[in-house]
Design a protein around this ligand. Structure first.
Ligand code: HEM
Length: 106
């Protein structure tokens, strides 16, 4: 290996290993209820000494935001077809946003 080469770990590739996440392209959040994933299998906040310093804050924000939205109502995708991913630096976002429809209290 030449000196000066940059090596990056790919979180995306880890999260799409079929042995760990069968049918990995399918959005199936229930898979997280079916088994526990180790820190090397599920790493949305990276790992090691450079692991995201905002992990606890992000998890608290998500719980508050999701809890608030779910309490107020439900949402459905407003456009047919899968949401297209788009690269944003080292992470992924949604191409053109995700148009949702508010359904009302459940
Ligand atoms: C869902 C929300 C978030 C996700 C998915 C996320 C994910 C990540 C990832 C993957 C890394 C790279 C870790 C690595 O190199 O191994 C990172 C680094 C970092 N994150 Fe986050 N993050 C989130 C929220 C936040 C928040 C809320 C803050 C601050 C308030 C934050 C601050 C940072 C900082 C400062 C680093 C650089 C750490 C370092 O290089 O030592 N992040 N984050």
């Amino acid at each position: 290996m030449e000196q000066g080469r940059i090596i990056l770990g790919s979180i995306y590739s880890v999260h799409h290993q079929e042995e760990i996440y069968p049918d990995s392209k399918t959005f199936r959040p229930e898979r997280f209820l079916e088994r526990q994933f180790s820190a090397t299998e599920f790493m949305p906040f990276g790992g090691g000494s450079r692991r995201c310093v905002g992990t606890a804050l992000a998890m608290a924000e998500l719980a508050i935001a999701l809890g608030t939205w779910i309490k107020q109502g439900n949402f459905a995708l407003d456009e047919p077809g899968p949401v297209q991913p788009q690269r944003r630096g080292v992470t992924l976002g949604q191409k053109g946003g995700v148009k949702m429809r508010f359904i009302g209290p459940v």
